[in-house]
Design a binder for this molecule. Sequence first.
Ligand SMILES: *[C@@H]1O[C@H](CO)[C@@H](O)[C@H](O)[C@H]1NC(C)=O
Ligand SMILES: *[C@@H]1O[C@H](CO)[C@@H](O)[C@H](O)[C@H]1NC(C)=O
Length: 147
Amino acid sequence: MPSKLLSLTLYSLAALTLVNLVHAADPSITFISPDQVKNIGDTAELVCIVKDAQYIVEWGKGDKPGNISERIAVESQIASADKAKRFKVTVKDTTVGESPVSTYTLQIKDVRACDAGVYECQILFLENLTTKQTRLTVQGAPPSDKC
Ligand SMILES: *[C@@H]1O[C@H](CO)[C@@H](O)[C@H](O)[C@H]1NC(C)=O
Ligand SMILES: *[C@@H]1O[C@H](CO)[C@@H](O)[C@H](O)[C@H]1NC(C)=O
């Protein structure tokens, strides 16, 4: 009897997994903050909302759209201590209907000239990368300022 129950449980689990796989929708980015202009010392907030993304989501940064060279992970793996202090990514998970929806907010405190650039929200989905970009423009300081 217990083994019959066990196999029944295993069978249900397998069936459930199959249903989940069949219904798993493609992940998508439903919102990204529009381009923004900030002054030195301001706080900038870059928001990315993803739907059905049971995958890795990251912010990246680069100097132009085709050259996103820097990763800004959720658990700060940021190179410089300066950025670790000023950059923070927070994640808020909710569900809309059947779909998991997560909001990834990148907050940059005490904006510097070198923070200017293209920021890219990335969903890593198997071999595919789903991305959207937004630009941060910083005014009022020489771009030589180091981060
Ligand atoms: C890409 O960005 C990096 C870092 O900002 C820079 O060093 C490099 O020259 C850029 N490459 C191109 C092809 O623009
Ligand atoms: C990757 O993207 C291509 C083109 O949009 C699509 O045909 C393919 O099914 C995708 N692969 C996966 C694993 O989602």
